[in-house]
Design a protein around this ligand. Sequence first.
Ligand code: TYD
Length: 219
Amino acid sequence: MSGIFVSFEGIDGAGKSTHIHTLAQRLEQQGRVVTLTREPGGTPLAEKLRLLVLNEPMDPMTEALLVFAARREHICHVIVPALARGEVVLCDRFTDASFAYQGAGRGFDTAILSQLEHWVQGSPANGGDVSKHVFVQPDLTFWFDLPAQVAASRLTIARSPDKFEAQSKDFFDRVSQGYALRMAADPQRFARIDANQPQDAVWTAVQQVARARRLLTND
Ligand code: TYD
């Protein structure tokens, strides 16, 4: 049995984190073993890189290299071994976030991001049988799509913002466009969820996709 790799994406404030936890619980109720993880992060070293990326001002290329360095650690030590064990990997953000935030948001060269994507996700990582995962890419990506204005109003009532959460509405408009481009380039992988509706309606939409993709069963 090989695992299933699912990523969750969207601008800050889109509400993906609530649904990733609910989906993890539902999958476990249905007997699946779930690895719930996040990027940047997911290993002790990658979590250290996360703290730097989210809090320190830095050159855009440095930022891109650090998110991909964290990703390499995460792929090698968490994602590929979990998939080889047949688990469901639910990942709060993955490479689409690099294209959306570093690429579309910051304006960093997407050709370089594509190269990093192929280096970092392209070669076999250690741990378990990786033969089925020569190119590590999510099987399914939920994109929680929400207007930047609405997301900003949700964030103002949350905790103090990190480096990205403090960005302007224009930045998040560009990030959304970045996600739309990634979806257009790989429509089979993506499921766009309209996040501009009540939480239970968003959860219904998530479940519908999960059932259609045979991630959840119908009970
Ligand atoms: P987020 O996933 O929103 O976590 P939390 O809910 O704890 O705030 O925060 C991660 C931030 O990192 C988010 O603002 C997007 C950013 N990010 C990038 O800029 N590039 C990346 O490749 C990834 C994975 C995240």
